[in-house]
Write a protein that binds this ligand. Structure first.
Ligand SMILES: *[C@@H]1O[C@H](CO)[C@@H](O)[C@H](O)[C@H]1NC(C)=O
Ligand SMILES: *[C@@H]1O[C@H](CO)[C@@H](O)[C@H](O)[C@H]1NC(C)=O
Length: 286
């Protein structure tokens, strides 16, 4: 029947098209994937995280460490504000399966400066310089990470594009929905900050990262207790860059990939003040 013949012809043509598409589409796709894997060099990201003892510390570090498990080629430098390494942090790092370095240094309290993390970040930079000076691969990116911020995986992809210093918006910080560099024609021309806008770099610690190799070229670059609050970012950045040399990332600073979230201050009822105190829980790590 002519009816059946037409159907068979359609079927034959259809199969031919399918076979042609399969041959010509699949082969280049497989080759592409292969060459991409061979050519992709991912510079190590050194995440520098100061941390201190408090009730929510383990919760915050657990959340952050499990984000970091999803970041390729990541080296976490965790510095405790303490007289010695605490078992809580040591165990958490060991169990994390991350690549990490565990350091500690106690903050020296000062009347003039309440800035947190100064000694801890400097301790990490000392370690980094020593590490890089001996390492074969001196390339990398340095990112200062609070232990309670929220990081999208996209921010790590962005910072691998950095040549010297990259910047991007930070959500929910400085009294704003988003604090960000202002970009015109792919260049940073200013900042939208309202909190201390006279700062040389009015951006949050989470809003920039620096080429790690440059820390070897600038051995003096460090944070300082001598500057007023909010000037730590400007203090470190001044060694490496100027406003006009900043590299705007996250689609010319139009996307938010990191949020300056704060863990709520914990409040625990003192069991001694209760008529019917609960069973003791001091033996349980929280
Ligand atoms: C960082 O700077 C060094 C020295 O200028 C350069 O060789 C390297 O390609 C830059 N990028 C990274 C990711 O290290
Ligand atoms: C950023 O802006 C510049 C200049 O307008 C443009 O050439 C570039 O493609 C933009 N980059 C991205 C990632 O959108």
């Amino acid at each position: 029947m002519p009816f059946v013949n037409i159907k068979k012809q359609y079927l034959a043509v259809g199969m031919l098209v399918f076979v042609v598409l399969f041959l010509f589409n699949n082969r280049p796709a497989i080759q592409c994937q292969f060459t991409q894997e061979v050519n992709t060099y991912l510079p190590t990201i050194y995440g520098i995280t100061p941390t201190y003892k408090r009730l929510a510390q383990k919760a915050d570090l657990t959340r952050l460490s499990q984000t970091l498990l999803l970041v390729k080629n990541f080296h976490w430098i965790v510095i405790e504000d303490s007289e010695e390494k605490t078992p809580l942090v040591a165990n958490l790092l060991r169990e994390s399966t991350l690549k990490y370095t565990h350091l500690f240094i106690k903050t020296h309290k000062s009347k003039h400066s309440t800035a947190s993390g100064v000694e801890q970040r400097n301790e990490a930079l000392n370690w980094l310089r020593h590490h890089l000076s001996q390492a074969e691969d001196k390339k990398g990116v340095v990112y200062f990470m609070d232990d309670d911020n929220t990081y999208s995986l996209k921010i790590f992809d962005e910072m691998r594009k950095i040549r010297e210093v990259g910047v991007w918006p930070v959500g929910i910080v400085g009294g704003m929905r988003v604090e960000m560099p202002l970009v015109v024609d792919g260049k940073v021309v200013g900042f939208n900050a309202v909190w201390k806008p006279f700062r040389p770099f009015p951006i949050d610690m989470a809003g920039f990262a620096i080429n790690a190799t440059l820390f070897l070229f600038h051995p003096d670059a460090k944070f300082s207790r001598k500057v007023q609050s909010g000037f730590q970012e400007s203090e470190i950045l001044k060694y490496f860059t100027t406003k006009f040399k900043l590299e705007p990332l996250a689609e010319n600073c139009t996307k938010v990939y990191v949020w300056h979230t704060r863990t709520q201050k914990t409040s625990i009822i003192n069991p001694k003040k209760l008529k019917n105190p609960p069973v003791p829980d001091d033996h349980i790590e929280v």
